[in-house]
Design a protein around this ligand. Structure first.
Ligand code: SF4
Length: 417
């Protein structure tokens, strides 16, 4: 990178509102009312979110946002004028890829018009299932009919890219139903799909129902089979798996998420959003910029704190929490994120970032996995095999243990690399 080149970043915008709260969700979001009530809650939040971006751009050295992702929450529930205000401001950034998340029941003509006019390139739509019984188990705000209507509407009225989310492992889900859901997504002709395994997060209402016995989870083997059937339906139609839960036709991979999994620097704005930035950029948002290395900034997961602390008169602006990411943690994060990718991690990038090979930091671990058929180091990449990816969590645990061992060489981080 030449000295005068702008620093390449991604931007994540968190819209912390939804129509209602799904039973399995642990993202930070709150239900948004309608009409004046919606404006009253959402306007200050969106204005302060834009203020975060404005402050960052005014104070940071030259940066260029390669990708923008507006997620949440559910951006499509924002009142039309407010969505227009937010996307109009983001349009000035001119990213090469720009995704906005939407839910089927709130996807209408006004939403598509605003996204189209602003220059959004991709819509990511959360279908989750095409079965009303399963949508009810998840507490989703919409129905299977809403999902079908949204698919049809997008086919007629949206010229950009799309992605559809599905969930495998919903209590009561059948193998046939999972296959049919995969086929529904395939029939849309979309270039991208996400297939998540349902995780019952501890503090969600769904976890309470499971504990009380009113919802019975499927057997583990059945859930594994559901996910594999979903994958087969997607891959059979040319959507290749490129990450643990993500599938795309060639060239349609989500560039924003690829940058995120490769741990390239990103700015997060809005309540609950997180940034991972080089130290020289953090002052632009927090007044704190004395640290070296990699810094994580976290906006509060609470709208009132975010708004009441916006001025920074009582601490950091917007109540942002600042954390220096130690070099050894950053190594582990790089591995945790990068090994989720089917193409793995570029060994040369790893060496550039940390000044040494993985084998010096975790002696013998990778070689052992290669011998066991769990990993491969071909063509200058460190990647897990199909079998290794299924064991990702336990392999990462092993790496974490190795990275904590005494006597490892000192790590210096060069980032962005
Ligand atoms: S729509 Fe998405 S973000 Fe909102 S409550 Fe449901 S799962 Fe959570």
């Amino acid at each position: 990178m030449a000295v005068s080149d702008p620093i390449r970043l991604s931007l994540y915008v968190h819209v912390p509102f939804c129509a209602s709260k799904c039973l399995y969700c642990d993202f930070y979001s709150v239900p948004l009312g309608r009409g004046d009530a919606a404006d009253g809650s959402a306007v200050p939040v969106i204005e302060q979110t834009i203020a975060q971006l404005d402050r960052f751009l005014a104070q940071a050295p030259a940066v260029r946002f390669e990708t923008v992702y507006v997620g949440g929450g559910t951006p499509s529930v924002l009142p039309t004028a407010l969505l227009g205000r937010l996307l109009g401001r983001l349009a000035d950034l001119g990213p090469s890829e720009w995704t906005v998340e939407a839910n089927p029941e709130s996807l209408d003509r006004a939403f598509l018009d605003i996204c189209g006019q602003a220059g959004v390139t991709r819509l990511s739509v959360g279908l989750q299932s095409m079965d009303d019984r399963l949508l009810a188990v998840l507490g989703r705000p919409g129905t299977a009919a809403d999902n079908l209507r949204a698919i049809e509407f997008l086919g007629q009225a949206w010229n950009g890219d799309t992605s559809f989310d599905l969930i495998a492992g919903i209590p009561g889900q059948s193998r046939e139903g999972m296959i049919a859901d995969g086929e529904t997504v395939v029939r849309t002709g979309s270039g991208h799909a996400s297939l998540y395994s349902l995780t019952v997060e501890p503090d969600t209402p769904l976890a309470g129902f499971v504990r009380s016995g009113s919802v019975a989870l499927n057997k583990r083997d059945h859930d594994d089979e559901l996910w594999l059937e979903g994958r087969a339906a997607l891959e059979g139609a040319g959507l290749h798996q490129y990450e643990v839960s993500n599938f795309a036709r060639p060239g349609k991979e989500c560039q924003h998420n690829l940058r995120y999994w490769r741990l390239e620097p990103y700015l997060g704005i809005g309540p609950g959003a997180v940034s991972t930035l080089p130290a020289n950029l953090t002052k632009a948002l927090t007044d704190i910029g004395e640290h070296a290395g990699v810094i994580r900034l976290s906006n509060p997961r609470d709208i009132s704190t975010f708004l009441s602390r916006a001025t920074g008169l009582a601490g950091t602006p917007w109540g942002i929490e600042t954390e220096v990411v130690p070099a050894s943690s950053f190594v582990l994060e790089t591995l945790m994120m990068g090994l989720r990718l089917v193409d793995g991690i570029c060994a040369e990038s790893f060496r550039r970032r940390f000044g040494q090979d993985l084998d010096r930091l975790a002696p013998g671990v990778w070689e052992r996995w290669v011998e066991q058929g769990l990993a491969s180091s071909e063509a200058g990449t460190l990647r897990l095999t199909d079998r290794g990816l299924l064991l990702l969590d336990s392999l990462l645990g092993e790496l974490a243990g190795a990275l904590r061992a005494d006597g490892l060489p000192a790590i210096t981080v060069r980032w962005p690399d």
